[in-house]
Design a protein around this ligand. Structure first.
Ligand code: B3K
Ligand code: ZN
Length: 863
């Protein structure tokens, strides 16, 4: 297996101006006729090399003449054609079998419907082509099928339709915008259709069509409304309008990821389309809106301007994630969005950086591109875009974006092209900043603080900020980064200070050397520096603040995010204390501090709810090394138990003061439900409050509260949990998306018979290994979130997951490669864990026929 390197990029040897596809659908014998107009680029006599994967080639002709055997060679992965012509029409016919395609890449059947997934390199599983994002072509596609398949869709606008014969019909589509083949899509099936329309600012009318499984129409309404909000927002904030007459979204049940931004024809995992009050939680609604927006925003950042090569993936993904985050913040609330995204960074991205898969947001080396749709490329990529936004300000950022579109509309470009467009909009020199694209790893910012007394009862405070990025598996040398550090200096009364040198500007200081120093004069001997406020850069902070200082931040920081963050640090501290001495009791001072915090925020349920969340086990792992899982889980559990006992009265008050009202999906109602359910989960740890959990389960009129009760029941007696789960299953047996929640709750239970439980789940009539949503909800939830059982010291959890992955890999390598992640992240754990994890990784590596997806991650983690 050969890795590709970013440094080896060569421009394409040929261009393909137009692609004409004629596809006759059949489960095992789909026929593809592809007619390409090809032009040689420049002066060379290299053959035309096309990618192909799992295809059976039938015929090849150039300008109407069939090629003889010595004019081409064909292998498992390539078709090489020798010709001296500089311009010619190439016609290829081949056959594929969508029904046998369980990897869900290329053309496959989802339920009864045909659909495609081409990004990153799936088009080569449909026909021979230069399957790379810098070959842009205008597509005309004719879809032919039996009339039992009534709806035939492809990119662009429908231009013709009719009958082929009595039983067969066709629809012809034309997409005027040149695009790379990864944006090609075809869908054919029988759906329920929701229609709507949207008029752009400049007066263009766009038909909106949403295709869902029969009977699910009412669950598509919210997605369609979200789409219109996204279209409006992109016009208002970036001046970007939609550019075709029709925008289609299709929801399918079998899908490897969230959704796909194919030009004019998005294909979605039904999980990110279908939502109603009864079956979807507030989080589900949120996710639907943000994924709908994300794919829509790709129309400009991704489709109109695409990537030159796959190493540039963050060009479209980091930028589009940033755009969807800004949209969600505008639609819902900035604070809860920021907290949500920072949690993802700390829980998952930091873990990736600390693992053998560590890579810069623009990777240097790739074996299987699908492995690089990572939290680093996406979420850290978005944090890097956010820093541009912070440094340039909203107007500067907008100028940079405008320039980016002005320069590159219709092109396939690089991250450097983006940086250079941003550079044109600012006086700052972005040269050092651009290291964020090439350097991997999580920088650590350390804070030192010295206090001396000066004249007139004043004190001089000297602060030193330093940065260093620990070596990562892919890169041993690290250089200083250009880091915008949001900073607040406060005293116990809440007075704020700035530095004598005026290095702090608008609450921001730029740290670009290994370290920097500034001084503050104050009457107080006791100042608290709040460093990296609002997570102004994707970094860790080591700031040796006492619990007093953390509570001061909670009381006085202007930024609610920083108040939340101080609370998280405080909890982390307490848990560390319990790890060191398991029987210790957290001091009353701390409980009193938290009680005051609760009192202070009692009217701000949004912040209060978030502040009452204890950091997840996975987040705690990122500030620890040599982790003994049982000890850390025990400490976290002990803290949660003490928390519930010590704050029982306050928690009950919060719960009881939140008034119940009929369900509505508004920010205010969401905040209330969120806060109430966070509190309920704490109280559920006290046996006397089990009845509250049951009462909520019985009376809930929406999925958020039902699921909140079930999650809380995970802390109740197993009799209660089992009985609520059984009722839930009976109610929701017919709805696989809801059942996924039930699967996940079972799989994350810390119980001794967990493997028997999971085995049973896998035999559930609604479970199928071929369906990624089911596999993620059972096996994925177990591996990612059942830390105690996954990391059992006898190795049973690792072995269980490995046994499963060995089977799954043969069916769907992409999903297998996702779920193997926790196993490859052994670095932070104690040696006893590491040995067991590596043993299972070794079994994977030795497996005959292992996919290159899993091979890449496993071999790296054992290297
Ligand atoms: N661009 C797709 C992801 C494709 C993943 C390929 N394995 C969805 C998105 O990011 O919008
Ligand atoms: Zn995307």
């Amino acid at each position: 297996v050969q890795a590709k390197r970013r440094a080896d990029y060569q421009p394409p040897a040929f261009s393909i101006a137009t692609v004409d596809l004629h596809i006759t659908l059949h489960p095992t014998q789909t026929q593809v006729i592809s007619t390409l107009s090809v032009t040689r680029n420049g002066n060379h006599d290299s053959p035309l090399i096309l990618d192909g994967d799992n295809l059976s080639l039938n015929t090849i002709a150039i300008n109407g003449n069939a090629l003889s055997d010595d004019e081409y060679t064909v292998s498992d992965t390539l078709l090489s054609i020798s010709t001296h012509l500089d311009e010619f029409v190439l016609e290829i016919t081949n056959t594929i079998a969508p029904e046998q395609n369980k990897a869900l890449e290329g053309l496959y059947l989802s339920g009864g419907a045909y659909c495609t997934q081409c990004e990153a390199e799936g088009f080569r599983r449909i026909t021979y082509f230069m399957d790379r994002p810098d070959v842009l072509s205008v597509y005309t596609v004719t879809v032919v099928a039996d009339k039992s398949v009534p709806m035939l869709l492809a990119n662009g606008n429908p231009v013709d339709k009719g009958e082929v014969d009595e039983n067969t019909h066709f629809v012809k589509w034309h997409d005027p915008h040149p695009k790379p083949c990864y944006l090609f899509a075809l869908v054919a099936g029988d759906f329920d259709l929701l229609t709507d329309s949207y008029t752009t600012t400049s007066g263009k009318e766009v038909a909106l069509e949403l295709y869902v499984d029969k009977g699910k129409k009412s669950q598509g309404v919210f997605a369609l409304e979200s789409l219109k909000r996204a279209m409006k927002w992109d016009e208002d904030v970036f001046g970007l309008e939609y550019d075709l007459d029709i925008y289609m979204i299709v929801a399918v049940d079998f899908f490897n990821m969230g959704a796909m931004e194919n030009k004019g024809l998005n294909v979605f995992n039904s999980k990110f389309v279908l939502a109603d009050q009864k079956s979807a939680t507030d989080d589900d609604f949120f996710n639907v809106e943000s994924v709908i927006a994300h794919e829509y925003f790709h129309n400009w950042t991704g489709n109109r301007i695409t990537c030159r090569d796959w190493f540039q993936l963050s060009l479209k993904e980091g930028l589009t994630v940033f755009r969807d985050q800004q949209f969600s913040a505008d639609m819902t609330s900035a604070l809860s969005n920021r907290i949500k995204h920072v949690r993802v960074m700390r829980e998952h991205q930091f873990a990736e950086d600390a693992s053998a898969m560590s890579h810069p947001i623009r990777p240097e080396e790739v074996i299987e591109m699908n492995n690089f749709y990572t939290v680093t490329v996406y979420d850290k990529g978005a944090e890097v875009i956010r820093m541009f936004h912070t440094l340039l300000g909203p107007e500067g950022f907008r100028r940079g974006m405008d320039e980016y579109f002005r320069r590159h509309d219709g092109q396939a470009v690089t991250c450097d092209d983006f940086i250079s467009a941003m550079q044109s909009a600012t006086d700052l020199d972005l040269t050092q900043f651009s290291r964020w694209y090439s350097q991997s790893g999580t920088p650590i910012i350390t804070v030192e603080h010295c206090t001396e007394s000066a004249e007139n009862g004043m004190f001089k405070h000297t602060f030193t900020l330093s940065q260093h990025t620990p070596a990562t598996s892919d890169q041993s040398e690290k250089q200083p980064l250009y880091i915008p550090v949001n900073i607040e200096i406060i005293d116990k009364q809440g007075n704020t200070y700035t530095d004598n040198e005026s290095l702090i500007q608008n609450g921001m200081i730029v740290l670009k050397d290994a370290s920097m120093r500034f001084t503050v004069n104050a009457q107080s001997a006791d100042l608290t520096p709040v460093v990296l406020g609002n997570f102004s850069a994707p970094a860790k902070v080591e700031n040796p603040l006492g619990t007093d200082a953390l509570l001061t931040i909670f009381k006085h920081s202007k930024d609610p995010f920083n108040r939340w963050d101080a609370m998280q640090t405080l909890y982390d501290r307490c848990i560390k204390q319990l790890e060191a001495s398991p029987d210790a009791e957290i001091s009353n001072d701390i409980w009193n501090g938290i009680k005051q915090a609760i009192a202070q925020e009692q009217d701000n349920l949004e912040l209060l709810g978030e502040c009452l969340v204890i950091p997840s086990f996975e987040t705690l792992c990122q500030s620890r090394s040599n982790i003994n899982v049982a000890a850390l889980s025990k400490a976290r559990k002990a803290f949660c138990d003490q928390y519930a006992r010590s704050l029982e009265q306050e928690l009950l008050n919060v719960f009881n003061n939140i008034e119940q009202s009929a369900y509505s999906y508004t920010q205010d109602a969401i905040n209330k439900r969120r806060c109430k359910n966070v509190v309920l989960a704490h109280l559920a740890r006290l046996p006397q409050h089990e009845s509250m959990v049951i009462a909520q389960f019985d009376s809930a009129d929406n999925m958020t509260d039902t699921l909140g009760a079930l999650r809380s029941a995970q802390h109740c007696s197993s009799a209660t949990f089992d009985s609520l789960m059984a009722q839930f299953e009976e109610t929701w047996n017919h709805d696989p998306l809801v059942l996924d929640k039930w699967f996940a709750l079972h799989a994350t239970q810390n119980r001794d018979d967990i493997f028997a439980t999971i085995t049973m789940l896998c035999e559930h009539p609604q479970f199928a290994m071929s369906n990624p949503n089911r596999v993620r909800s059972v096996i994925g939830s177990f591996a990612f979130y059942n830390s105690e059982k996954f990391h059992s010291l006898d190795g049973s959890g690792y072995k269980f997951v490995t046994d499963y992955l060995l089977k799954l890999d043969a069916v769907n390598p992409q999903v297998a490669a996702r779920i193997v992640t926790p196993l490859t992240q052994w670095q932070g754990f104690a040696i006893e864990h590491q040995q067991q994890m590596k043993q299972q990784l070794g079994r994977l590596l030795n497996h005959k026929g292992l996919s290159k997806d899993v091979f890449e991650k496993v071999s790296k983690s054992l290297a």
